[in-house]
Design a protein. Structure first.
Lengths: 452, 737
């Protein structure tokens, strides 16, 4: 339920009360021991880049190949060894295969929601969606809990958060100011530019300042009689104004200052923003520039993973011709470049990289040579930010149908991401009517072996 | 807050303790009027609740430990065979039931990967032994007819109170059985209601209205738990009411102890109702006339006038065009049709203008045949591609139901089955939806469960028989029958949402037993009233617009400020992107241009949502390639940046012969210009405080502050431009309230 009033009652942060009833006390976070007090956990990751593979990537054709399964499960692709003995990946993940010592893969993710919107909400918020309350995405929570660093928005979506069926993933019960700043333009384009950062002809900062003060005056007059309204200035206007006022912020978005070799390392689709081009490479590069400047959470939204027919499009977009900017090769290049680049710059320890979608795909190939939705088991890849790389956590069964061991749920994953980012998963935030809600659902268990 | 939640938990402890004894009582009272324990109807729920057929256990596609059961008991016959016949009958020992493997394993007496699932001396184990002892039967043809829960609604006086629910199943042979222990109870919002699954005890943790669902086999029943929002009773008996809407809304407010806000004044009412019925701001002179009119029936007269206007036809064509996703479509299967969207849009506008009943309108769509370029309704079959998506689209739009999940499996939480999904798809498979939409009787879809062509079916109702050549006619008959449980409710809920800011069922396309309306009786009454009045959209809109509920101010009082769904005050809602774009143009007196459309074309009148317009993109219009119900648009930072630095406002505020330019040229005093804009944008005059504020701003000389040389006339114009800009960005302008 969207509210019109924007900012709600000021939320304040509190340590979750540890009471005995109703809380799964069986699993207490190992991290908890080092928690002297408060919600800060450890020398935590400063930022998180979520590479969202929208539509639901096939676990069997990426991180969890089943080379020994019958062909209708195994699929059309081969698998390759990696630099982790005994661990194989899909043949297209060549670069990632060479750096698995820095990556952790969870092969036993399990969810119950096999529909795009519900699955997207579940994975992005950690909470099972309910009509009773909209939960914030992990990024919105980070934006809310962390003090913003400078004028750049604390949570940015590259290029936007438009998912397969337009899942309502936003600020949830948190103030509207925690919803992501969507760039709205494609970093893969040659003329990429965040629009409307430059003044309209004839205007300057002084005009803009006067205008926003006028809006505040109008809003205060009109809501004086409404007990549900909040006072104060429009946070949207304030943030936009501050961004426009800062020349430094603008350079953050300027990809042209990157050396050509770096841009090439992440991958530039020669279609450059035209129809069906894949912008994951330049989006990941932009994400790196943003976290370098203190942005706490960046979602890179890579669409097109809902492949119900013809799995060969993973490898080539037109007529099955291999194409290095088809879904999987382009992901492989961008993901490995991001992890490698962060590592080269000494930023990997402070930057958590997560690659996932809303569910996996059916183990058995369907009549259209594709795979349908399959939430029962799927894979997530994580690197940096305190993640203990070089391991595979959990496994799926012989045909990739269900977790064989160590099932990890979306709440568990959210709790783990929060922990890596230095936020106690039991920290409570408050809805506009004062209800305490934990950042991760009660009962969520941190995947402790994932944390170094 | 800490003390508060601590107290809650303390009360919960008391509740649980108190309930232990009550549960024992309930067990003693267990009545099984049918002697024979049946596998499908009695035992299966035990296995389900114990988790035996879950996906991680024997419900896995390849089973576990050699035993394979269907997921959540979807195929009882196969499960019966697996348990009773396989493994040479060792799983079930008819002569010595307690030596049956199914008993030994489930109670953990012999090694079992899943551990102990049933307590050896518990009800589940007892029922299992009873079933085996009676010969492990599967009673042919027996099924659950009804699941009844008592209470189905409970009003608690305070947070922390608990209620014990009893569930009773009625079977097709007339027998009943208490099934509380095997019914699965789930709180819709676990942070609001704590459900103890073993004892069927629900403890309310928060004020408000909450839902717990009870599920037994395929039957799902909601239980409503209410804790009033305040401890102080409210007296609403004397509140004015104009029709059944007000009776039901006031009844629920009284029960929830939420006081009402007062009524909106004439100006606020006029702006609100004009925006709701025509998508436009009221004309400034019409506002003055309306306020000056002393007659008592003037609100009725205004509503009738608006309902009869061309602006109403434009706006409600737009609203329904969004629902039907009218746009230029093209795909591999169905190439673009020249003029298709236009023909569709014109047809729809004609239906609205002529007041054609919604039942007739939908019947025409469902049975459409013809050239999509000429005959508008034929484009209904070109909106989405393929019979499966057509089934999803039809059910979402006309039934408010999401069939999607039933494509792959019978849904444990909803009533829709794979037979429903593929049966409905089978009806649409007989439509050839290329340029000329025509029947293709050979068309079929394969039911993934059987691997054979699906039998055409009215969802949730019946299979079609061979004689029914065009299943679409049967579908249309069923939908538009007065007793149809979905059709009228789905549309009146949308009308309600448009005028009231929130659907009685939310999301609008998610009608489900487990997602009941906030006011079920009101939804029923609105639907019945709609049907009785010939499915007339104007009738229901008029009903709502003339209710006293609609007439309340949007200003909350301190005592109802937290109410966002019980209608104690009007809800503020953002103007839709197209309506906002038109309102901006109207206030500025400068039209925007949309693609190659003629100058003066309004945004709500655009046929194709892909018509080029940066303004509509930035304001977040719905592209109509997916449902517009959940469309949020960009909003936020990009929108705000654009308002500051983009052309949407800046290009037009001071444009020659616009409202501002014209007023300045006519020598109107600055404070009168402010008043003119207030009237145009907000439908009201500035208050004394506002007047004082603007006088002060207009008198101040910004050149003094900024050390710049600006002639007074020019600086005043700048301030007026900034005033107009801020007016169009203010909350009061961008919302309907």
């Amino acid at each position: 339920m969207k509210r019109c009033d924007g900012q709600t009652r000021r939320d304040f942060i509190r340590v979750g009360g540890l009471t005995a009833l109703g809380l799964g006390l069986g699993n207490f976070f190992s991290i908890e021991r080092s928690l002297a007090a408060g919600n800060q956990t450890r020398a935590a990751a400063k930022s998180c880049i979520l590479i969202w593979l929208d539509g639901g990537p096939s676990h069997l054709d990426t991180f969890d190949p089943k080379p020994d399964a019958p062909s209708e499960v195994r699929g059309p692709f081969a698998s390759i060894p990696t630099n982790l003995p005994g661990i194989r990946l899909n043949e297209m993940l060549t670069r990632t295969a060479g750096m698995l010592d820095r990556v952790a893969i969870i092969r036993s993710m399990t969810s119950t929601l096999g529909e795009h919107n519900l699955g997207t909400q579940y994975l992005m918020t950690g909470y099972r969606p309910t009509p009773a309350l909209e939960y914030p995405t992990i990024g919105a929570t980070i934006a809310h809990v962390r003090a913003a660093q400078g004028v750049l928005p604390p949570y940015i979506a590259v290029p936007d958060l438009e998912t397969r069926d337009r899942a309502p993933v936003g600020n949830g019960y948190l103030p509207a100011s925690t919803s992501p700043f969507s760039l709205g333009s494609d970093p893969g384009r040659p003329d990429f530019k965040v629009r409307d950062l430059d003044f309209y002809e004839g205007l300057d900062l002084e005009h803009l300042d006067r205008r926003r003060q006028f809006v505040d005056a109008l809003d205060n007059f009109s809501r004086a009689k409404d007990a549900s309204a909040t006072s104060g200035s429009d946070p949207d206007l304030e943030r936009a104004y501050n961004l426009i006022a800062s020349p430094d912020a603008k350079t953050a978005f300027d990809l042209s200052t990157e050396p050509a070799a770096v841009r090439e390392r992440y991958g530039i689709d020669p279609r450059r923003g035209q129809a069906n081009s894949n912008n994951i490479g330049q989006s990941c590069l932009l994400a790196r520039r943003l976290v370098e400047r203190g942005v706490g959470f960046v979602t890179v939204n890579n669409t097109g993973w809902d492949v119900h027919s013809d799995l060969l499009v993973y490898k080539g977009r037109s007529a099955g011709l291999p194409d290095e900017y088809a879904l999987i090769p382009a992901f492989d290049r961008a993901f490995s470049a991001l992890v490698g680049d962060l590592s080269d710059r000494g930023m990997l320890d402070e930057t958590l990289v997560v690659a996932m979608g809303e569910f996996g795909r059916t183990p058995k190939i369907n009549t259209q040579a594709g795979r349908d939705h399959w939430p029962n088991v799927f894979s997530v890849a994580l690197a940096g930010g305190g993640v203990a790389g070089g391991q595979v956590i959990g496994s799926s069964d012989a045909f990739g149908e269900f977790p064989a061991d160590r099932p990890v749920t979306p709440p568990d994953l959210a709790a783990t991401i929060f922990t890596l980012l230095g936020i106690n998963p039991k920290m409570e935030l408050h809805t506009s009517d004062g209800r305490p809600i934990r950042v991760a659902p009660p009962g969520a268990t941190v995947v402790s072996e994932l944390i170094r | 807050m800490d003390a508060h939640s601590g107290k809650t938990r303390f009360l919960a402890v008391i509740a649980l303790t108190a309930l232990l004894s009550m549960t024992a009582l309930a067990q003693d009272n267990r009545v099984a009027t049918r002697e024979i324990v049946d596998f499908d109807n009695d035992l299966m729920p035990v296995l389900t609740k114990a988790g035996c057929n879950a996906g991680a256990c024997h419900g896995a596609a390849i089973g576990r430990g050699g035993l394979k059961l269907s997921l959540f008991g979807g195929s009882p016959d196969a499960d019966y065979r697996a348990i009773v016949r396989e493994l040479e009958g060792r799983r079930v020992n008819l002569t010595r039931p307690e030596e049956s493997l199914v008993f030994l394993k489930s109670t953990g007496a012999s090694p079992h990967g899943g551990g102990r699932r049933l307590e050896p001396d518990g009800d589940g184990a007892r029922l299992l032994l009873e079933w085996i002892g009676q010969g492990a039967s599967q009673v042919a043809g027996l099924r659950v007819e009804q699941l009844e829960v008592t209470p189905s609604r409970h009003v608690a006086n305070a947070i922390g109170q608990s209620v014990t629910v009893r569930a009773t199943a009625t079977f097709s042979d007339g027998s009943t059985r208490e099934v509380t222990s095997w019914t699965i109870f789930t709180a819709e919002d676990p942070s609001a209601v704590d459900v103890d699954p073993d004892r069927a005890v629900s403890t309310v943790l928060r004020r408000g209205r909450h839902i717990v669902t009870a599920r037994y086999l395929g039957h799902v029943v909601p239980i409503e738990l209410v804790v009033p929002l305040s401890d102080v009773a409210v007296h609403l008996a004397d509140e004015p009411r104009s029709n059944f809407i007000d009776e039901l809304i006031l009844e629920s407010l009284a029960m929830l102890r939420v006081p009402t806000s007062p009524f909106a004044d004439d100006r606020a009412f006029m702006r609100r109702v004009t925006l709701d019925l025509t998508g436009r701001l009221p004309e400034t002179n019409a506002v003055a006339e309306f306020v000056a009119d002393p007659s008592t029936g003037k609100r009725e007269a205004l509503v009738d006038h608006l309902l009869a206007s061309e602006a109403f036809n434009d706006y409600w064509t737009f609203e329904l065009a969004k629902l039907l996703r009218i746009r230029n479509t093209r795909s591999r299967r169905a190439p673009a049709v020249e003029g298709g969207a236009l023909a569709y849009h014109e047809w729809l506008r004609r239906q609205i203008r002529e007041g054609v009943g919604y039942d007739q309108l939908v019947r025409t769509l469902i049975t459409a045949i013809g050239d999509a370029g000429q005959y508008g309704p034929a484009n209904f079959y070109r909106t989405v591609q393929g019979p499966g998506l057509q089934a999803e689209f039809m059910s979402e739009v006309f039934m408010g139901a999401r069939l999607r999940c039933a494509n792959c499996h019978n849904h444990p939480l909803d009533r829709w089955t794979q037979d429903d999904y593929h049966g409905l798809a089978a009806i649409f498979a007989t439509v050839d939806s290329r340029t000329i939409v025509k029947l293709n009787p050979e068309g079929e879809v394969i039911h993934p469960g059987t691997g054979t062509p699906a039998t055409a079916r009215i969802p949730g109702d019946r299979f079609l028989v061979d004689g029914e050549a065009d299943g679409r006619a049967a579908l249309a008959d069923w939908l538009t029958e007065g007793s149809n449980p979905y059709f009228a409710k789905a549309i009146v809920n949308r009308l309600w949402s448009t005028l009231m800011g929130r659907g009685l069922v939310e999301p609008l396309d998610d009608f489900r037993v487990t997602n009941p309306a906030t006011h079920p009786a009101l939804l029923d009454a609105l639907a019945d009233d709609f049907v009785e009045h010939g499915y007339d959209l104007r009738h229901t809109l008029r009903r709502i617009a003339l209710s006293t509920t609609y007439a309340r101010t949007a200003n909350a009082t301190p005592d109802n400020a937290n109410d966002d769904r019980f209608y104690s005050h009007a809800l503020r809602r953002r103007l839709e992107p197209e309506v906002l774009a038109d309102a901006i143009s109207d206030v500025l007196g400068v039209a925007d241009r949309y693609g190659d459309e003629p100058e003066g074309t309004r945004a709500v009148a655009l046929v194709d949502p892909a018509t080029r317009s940066e303004a509509l993109d930035i304001l977040g219009r719905c592209a109509r390639d997916a449902s517009c119900d959940s469309s949020t648009g960009p909003g936020g930072m990009p929108r705000t940046l654009h308002l500051f630095n983009g052309p949407l406002l800046n290009r037009r505020i001071g444009a020659p012969s616009g409202r501002l330019d014209t007023l300045i040229a006519a020598g109107t005093s600055p404070i009168d210009i402010v008043a003119e804009f207030y009237l145009a944008a907000l439908g009201r005059h500035p208050t004394a405080d506002e007047q004082a504020f603007w006088n002060e701003q207009l008198d101040a000389d910004p050149s003094a502050e900024s050390q710049r040389e600006i002639a007074p006339a020019e600086s005043r114009r700048e301030i007026l431009e900034s005033f107009v800009w801020s007016l169009l960005v203010s909350q009061e302008f961008v919302t309907n309230h």
